[in-house]
Design a binder for this molecule. Sequence first.
Ligand SMILES: [Mn+2]
Length: 324
Amino acid sequence: MTSAPTVQPKFLPSRHDLGLVAVGFSGGQTKAGVDAAPMALIEAGLIQQLEEDLDFSVTYDGQVHSYTDIMPKEDPDYRNMKKPRAVSAVTRALSQQVYEHAKSGKFVLTLGGDHSIAIGTVSGTAKAARERLGKEIAVIWVDAHADINTPETSGSGNIHGMPVAFLTGLATEKDEDIFGWIQDDQRINVKKLVYIGLRDIDRGEKKILKEHGIKAFSMHDIDKHGIGRVMDMALGWIGSDTPIHLSFDVDAIDPMWAPSTGTPVRGGLTLREGDFIAECVAETGSLIALDLVEVNPSLDIKGASDTVRAGCSIVRCALGDTLL
Ligand SMILES: [Mn+2]
């Protein structure tokens, strides 16, 4: 392997300081096993790759957080949401962890966990960027799904399909124990949200995307324009003076390469298209945080190592690894 070329970061004091948060949480959906992903990624050598091949200085508390001590004793469904208090408590704690890394000027890498954890990661980054840089962040959400259901539009009630609704304020709740803790300075602007890789969108979500003019590049757009042009358009929409949080759901990648995930959908990104998205975002120098979520090594055991490898590759590409 070669050493990484230097992309000057625009919004970080140093390219090399990285805060890692490992989140072993699966409560935003119903399949066990996604909580084992951080350990699988770490055991595959991810931290070593970041430190030795990409010269990062990694700050990591050495634990996969499962937040068992803050789990509510009772957690009945509320407004159609499953495990609302558990997901709220976990994302609230995670938000603070991510905020502290981001506030100190570190790049924040979060390994999930299901995608509900992005309520914590994005809210933490958004608040820190406002305070440290005086800027709103943009979010690039790479996913087969839009994850923008409100509790009312969701068919399943699984909160991993709702994080974007809570982050944008399209869904709100007063009860502090059920996402009422999310303040305005932790939210994101729908105009600074860009989707890539969509192919399984609920009816209610289609309506939300249209009504709010949310920028979305589906697999149709990638087929039509090619991934290179799509990335030009996506990054052009965000502009060059905006810090970026990349939230990457491994189910964006076609199950041919990443089968071990809770809600696989055929007709997805190739392995290279996934890496290319991460490479293009890295090249901007604007990336300040990355989530990698929904790797579930206990599903499709045969494909688990491929899925973990795909995940590690996406992280490395987003952090500046290049082919040449
Ligand atoms: Mn997702």
